[in-house]
Design a protein around this ligand. Structure first.
Ligand SMILES: CC(C)(COP(=O)(O)OP(=O)(O)OC[C@H]1O[C@@H](n2cnc3c(N)ncnc32)[C@H](O)[C@@H]1OP(=O)(O)O)[C@@H](O)C(=O)NCCC(=O)NCCS
Length: 155
């Protein structure tokens, strides 16, 4: 079984994150720019998955809570793997790593939005234990509808 390295993203990853976002998210909006904006937000954690020195994918999550004493909710903002490396369980390893980090912060539920037409992402998230909990028309900047998905994280 392949082994991967995980690390927090830093300024040296800007080009990689922007290029990968342009390839996999540009159908929905200018996500090469939008995602870079998220990267520097406080409370956003961005993890790179790599094989040695080669980055293969990234995931971004916010760990939110409305009041300091309430449990945090994780919001997976983005997850992407280079098309050449997809369907090799890299996305699964990345998501599991992100869920592990979220658990350490006391997150009990992970939420995300994905496009109704993104069959591969829907299959991926449902395979990973997410359930559809809502929808919104014209969610994306280019007008596509999205589904909200949720997964309870066992502590
Ligand atoms: C979604 C994504 C991150 C999945 O990463 P991945 O490394 O390719 O996924 P995995 O190899 O871990 O797949 C795990 C399971 O998800 C499902 N799956 C993944 N890709 C699929 C596809 N193209 N078609 C159908 N099912 C798919 C399968 O059940 C798969 O298990 P299997 O290969 O044993 O059948 C990747 O396809 C991607 O980067 N897509 C573009 C960006 C995107 O849409 N991100 C999600 C919205 S933020």
């Amino acid at each position: 079984m392949a082994t991967f390295d995980f690390r927090l993203a830093n300024e040296n990853d800007l080009d990689f994150i922007s290029q990968l976002s342009a390839r996999v998210f540009s159908k929905y909006g200018v996500y090469d720019e939008i995602v870079l904006g998220w990267l520097f937000e406080p409370e956003v954690i961005t993890i790179i998955i790599a094989a040695g020195a080669d980055p293969l994918g990234f995931a971004m999550v916010t760990l939110e809570r409305e009041k300091w004493f309430e449990p945090r909710r994780g919001h997976l903002l983005a997850i992407g793997v280079f098309p050449e490396h997809q369907r090799k369980r890299i996305g699964t390893a990345l998501l599991e790593h992100m869920e592990e980090i979220a658990r350490k912060y006391g997150v009990e539920e992970m939420l995300l939005w994905t496009a109704v037409d993104n069959r591969q992402a829907l299959s991926f998230f449902q395979n990973a234990g997410f359930y559809i909990v809502g929808s919104e028309d014209r969610y994306y900047p280019r007008g596509q509808a999205a589904l909200a998905l949720s997964k309870k994280l066992s502590q």
